[in-house]
Design a binder for this molecule. Sequence first.
Ligand code: HEM
Length: 141
Amino acid sequence: SLNDTDKARVKAVWAHVSTHAEEFGGEAINRMFAVYPSSKTYFPHFDTSPGSADIKAHGKRVMNALSEAVARIDDMAGALAKLSDLHAQKLRVDPVNFKHLSQCILVTIAAHGRNLLSAEAHLSLDKFLTLVAKLLICKYR
Ligand code: HEM
């Protein structure tokens, strides 16, 4: 779980990321579709070509949901409860996809400047994204 140092680092990185939700989110989803093409099967109704309006809108929604989890970092289960129901009961996303998306989010942040994601911030954000994934898939079984 996240200790106080992790929480402080996540909040510090996210203060920047959250002000670029559509840009960072869209880039992360672009990367997921490009690097892990099987992830596209969950989005048959999307225009999955790079930079599409669907990708931008969805990237923004994902990042805003993560911003909510950061804002309620001591009650992440509560912050993510509705999304947990959606991903578990309706979407049934194979859990490996969460690892892939987390990776794409980390790479996106790192690609926006070396000062944004120090090794320590990388560690804490990885822990945060792992916890988010755990909360989103915990209702699968
Ligand atoms: C929808 C967040 C991971 C597939 C959504 C929505 C949000 C969200 C906020 C919109 C919910 C709404 O419309 O009310 C997240 C977060 C994730 C995550 C925070 C992890 C960091 C994934 C992964 C996949 C996925 C890994 C599959 C590769 C979908 C699909 C939808 C959806 C198919 C419905 C899209 C649509 O029809 O508009 N997600 N998601 N999600 N998510 Fe996730």
